[in-house]
Ligand binder design. Structure first.
Ligand SMILES: [Zn+2]
Length: 433
């Protein structure tokens, strides 16, 4: 082992004696030394000092020193060409960089131009840059670093990321690692660039003012069976140029239930949008353009990916208020509504999966709490009930008992048949929203 201290220039000389390297690839071997310079500047500086050292040796020495210079000059490249021509009278033919093949410098400039065009085309102002590097290139780099014990180097991947990231910065575009709108992925040396565009996520609420509207767009060969809340928002596709719209709602009401009152919290996801810089009022106006007066949206702000998960997970734990129109088989039940209200004060109800949804959901037992029921008779045997309960309660079955699958129920408590004729959701509380 060579224990002797080796200066940086001596180290650079040892490397270049064996491997031709471009300025960037040489400079990168010492990336951790000096501050505020590019690796290209580092490599260039090292090569110039090295040429000066070699020149001094030639002037002070003799033929052996000149031979040494002539041997290393093609591995140094342009910095050595002046002295080489002066000494030999011939043009220097530099060798190709042993790591990048001499392509890295122009690659960075060209990829940055292409990437800037893509960011503009997709209206991106916050980005991250990722790099994929051919394994052969990374292997060559690693070998040289190990062979010469270079502790201050960085990887070609890190350099590509940083240099392109820097070139993409402008007054209205900047890198953002925590919440980027897109990832620019560049491939070296092929020059291929991918733009992975993150969705535009809007925090919203919707109101469903009519019955027989589904939440999700559900196409079939004959067309969708119902108009949907998702479809109602398609004006957003047109205004943002997005490829697809997905509604992530905090729960869902039945197709024949209206969503009134507080509206239902939801996140509208616009996939691969081409326009993002729209005001909330422009977005809301677009969201309401195709609702036919049946569905309405309020756009409350931008949302994060993390919130989408919250909307999907937690809704069942929250409080809901329903308005049910209930018909009893025996009109005299109307006289005993006090019993019903009394009984369902903070009562746990056990529900097996309702028969009407058994074809698409597994048969499970669910426990849900009813916090309270308050009834207003409209005529004999017909009652409007406000039901406050935990999310996920099957309200129609709470009324009818679903042939004993839900217990207790309005029907079992009053000992009559009961049916939920119409259902509206009035309040959907959603933790923190
Ligand atoms: Zn190189």
């Amino acid at each position: 082992m060579d224990e002797e201290y080796e200066s940086i220039v001596e180290k650079a000389k040892s490397i270049l004696e064996k491997y031709p390297l471009c300025d960037r690839c040489l400079g990168r071997m010492f990336a951790g030394l000096g501050y505020g310079w590019s690796n290209k500047e580092r490599g260039d500086a090292l090569k110039r000092v090295l040429v000066m050292e070699l020149h001094r040796a030639v002037r002070e020495g003799g033929e052996a020193e000149e031979e040494e210079f002539k041997k290393i000059a093609p591995n140094i490249g342009s910095q050595a060409s002046g002295l080489y021509e002066k000494l030999t009278g011939r043009r220097l033919e530099p060798r190709e960089c042993a790591i990048c093949g001499g392509r890295l410098d122009s690659f960075i400039e060209e990829a940055a131009v292409k990437a800037r065009g893509l960011l503009k085309a997709y209206d991106i102002s916050r980005y991250v840059v990722g790099a994929r590097v051919d394994p052969g290139v990374e292997e060559a780099e690693r070998r040289i670093r190990e062979e010469f014990g270079l502790a201050y180097g960085e990887s070609i991947r890190a350099e590509i990321r940083r240099e392109i990231g820097k070139r993409l910065m402008s007054d209205d575009t900047r890198p953002d690692f925590s919440d980027p709108e897109a990832t620019v992925l560049v491939h070296f040396p092929s020059g291929r660039i991918e733009l992975q565009v993150n969705s535009l996520l809007l925090r919203a609420r919707y109101w469903k003012k009519a019955r027989y509207i589904s939440q999700a767009y559900w196409p079939s060969p004959e067309g969708p069976r119902y108009f949907s809340v998702e479809q109602a928002a398609w004006g957003l596709l047109r205004v943002t140029g997005a490829e697809r719209l997905v509604l992530h709602a905090a729960g869902r009401e039945d197709v024949d239930a209206r969503m009134l009152g507080s509206g239902r919290p939801a996140i509208i996801e616009l996939k691969v949008p081409r326009r993002r810089r729209l005001s909330l009022s422009e977005l809301e106006e677009a969201a309401n353009r195709e609702g036919r007066g049946l569905v309405e949206f309020r756009i409350e702000g931008l949302a994060s990916r993390r919130e989408v998960r919250l909307y999907k997970q937690d809704y069942s734990k929250t409080r809901k208020v329903y308005k049910a129109l209930v018909a009893f088989s025996d009109p005299s039940a109307t006289d005993r509504l006090g019993e019903l209200e009394e009984f369902f004060r903070d009562r746990v109800v056990l529900q097996r999966t309702p028969r009407r949804v058994l074809h698409r959901r597994p048969d499970r037992l669910r426990r849900r709490r009813v916090y309270g029921v308050s009834c207003r008779p409209l005529e004999r045997g017909v009652v409007e009930c406000l039901i406050e309960a935990e999310g996920g309660l099957y309200v129609k079955e709470l009324v009818s008992g679903d042939a004993g699958r839900t217990s207790p129920s309005f029907a079992s408590v009053l000992g009559v048949n009961a049916e939920c004729v119409e259902l509206d959701v009035l309040l959907v509380e959603h933790g923190g929203f």
